[in-house]
Design a protein around this ligand. Sequence first.
Ligand code: NDP
Length: 599
Amino acid sequence: MSASPSSPDIDREAMHARYRAERDKRLRPDGNDQYVEVTGVFEHYVDDPYVEVTEREPVRDEVTVAFIGGGFAGLVNGARLKEAGIDVRIVEKGGDVGGTWYWNRYPGAQCDTAAFVYLPLLEETGHMPTEKYTHAPEILDHSRRIANHYGLYDDALLSTTVTELEWDESVHRWIIRTNRGDEFRAQFVAMGTGPLHRPKLPGIPGITDFAGHSFHTSRWDYDYTGGDPNGALMEGLADKRVGIIGTGATAVQCIPHLARSAGELFVFQRTPSSIDIRNNHDIDAEWFDTLEPGWQEKWIENFTILQTGGFAEEDLVKDGWTDLSQRIRDRVLSYDEGFSPELMLRAYHDSDDEKMVEIRDRVDELIADPDVAEALKPWYRQLCKRPCFHDEYLQSYNNQNVHLIDTDGQGVRLIDETGLWVGDDHYDVDCIIYASGFEVGTEHARRNGFDPVGRDGLRLSDHWEDGMRSMHGLHVHGFPNLFVVGFSQAANLISNVPHNFTDNSKTVTAVIAHALDTGAQEVEVTADAEGAWITRLESGGRMFGGSPDCTPGYYNNEGQPIGPRALRNGVGFPEGPAAFFDYIDKWRNSGDFEGLEFR
Ligand code: NDP
């Protein structure tokens, strides 16, 4: 498509100088504090627009396992526990299961990771994804399919927010209290509350002054816009001037729909996303039938290996995620100098330079107005921000009713009663849509709304005062029978988050089954094992996210220094995700559960 980075027409030095200049322009001393929390006057931005909550009696009973969160983490863990004959109650603040896919129903919402590796339990539930990259309604349906298939609705508490979680030593049980007046006991509790579930708003001066309509993309207001999550025309916007703040992965997907529906659309851009080719296609049912039993696990492993720098004979998924890895591998081989971390880094940089030139060239190819094209070009390494893939987003800016308001990295300066200010220009709008993302890296208790209290009254926030402490990301000393289901301090696999959960579910089920089989009342990681795990991880320093040289964003703590605490919160297995999955498989299957104490 375009020149290779070694070709004389690419001035790499100038390109990297531009990267630095663009980054510096965006650095701001308030870092994460630039965002406002959705509490107080902003609380209504997180109301559930999708369900009428019906009254019910408070629950006061006991279950074997309570799982907090009904997203993919809760669903796959619930499924495996049920398969093992262990009862589990999902507690979910949304009106249904699905997590991210329950909340994010904005038009165009779609998964950027191929459905065959992203959607869990496809073989078990007999579902064939309709497209390579599934749209959100199908993912929500699949979540419901899993819940139905495994009977997870039977005992679930939906529209229910956990407010307190407390270990009662005298009975060796957790006490769970909720906003619905429930107070019940569970022998085991697992928390799969999601890394990006709490919406955030930009702290733009005057944000509360706006007199028009506004909402966050994760609570799309179809009553106002018309249309539906399947992408029907939003007739309510036909005569409206709509402003959208943000151009991240969410905005990229909904802007083409807004462009079709809105009278006038103003896109307020601070940093352009990188938009690579999507190449979505329908799945051929005949071909799907040829897949051998066990195919999904094979595909998932293949994707993880290739996407994280490993080698495999075949690239089963073949997409934008594996493309960059493929380029790096080919380059290392072409150097013919063996392998070393330095070579890998050089190959990564060269491949990335090539990829980003292609991405910027694509903008020129697709955008009619050269000034608009220039403003839409991303000047940073692809993995500094969430890479985006879309075949209609850029073209939206060719529409007469769509106006790119590029803020040259500064963002919206002010909001007033009637609209938004960028520099000295005012934009009158009827509606502001906040595509401003989710809290990442804030306190877990702030994001979750509760702070588990473990043995001897120890609060999780105190135990984690200097950063997360765990063994395998799952087990925490001082918190018996509790499992933290996520990816930090474990595989840290970002490109296919559900893979972390499907793997966790095997460990959680094995440990609980072992405790029940042996009559143990409690299982807890020892302080030594937890400490040894942290030491092991920190010696590798393998962090989630972009480097400090990157343009600011949630991948790199908004460009602020990453101190020991943030490092601990985001550190992963030193040898990478595929090695972690191998390691934990052996640990689990040995039956020794080394590091855990069963009492
Ligand atoms: P992001 O945090 O990625 O984007 C927020 C956007 O708001 C950025 O463009 C940011 O600009 C902009 N912004 C913030 N403050 C201001 C301001 N004051 N003025 C102007 N603009 C501002 O949130 P998203 O919801 O887009 O995505 C969050 C994550 O969700 C993704 O990274 C991805 O992991 C996931 N996702 C996944 C999808 C999938 O396919 N699986 C689809 C959608 C989302 P700046 O970049 O300068 O900070």
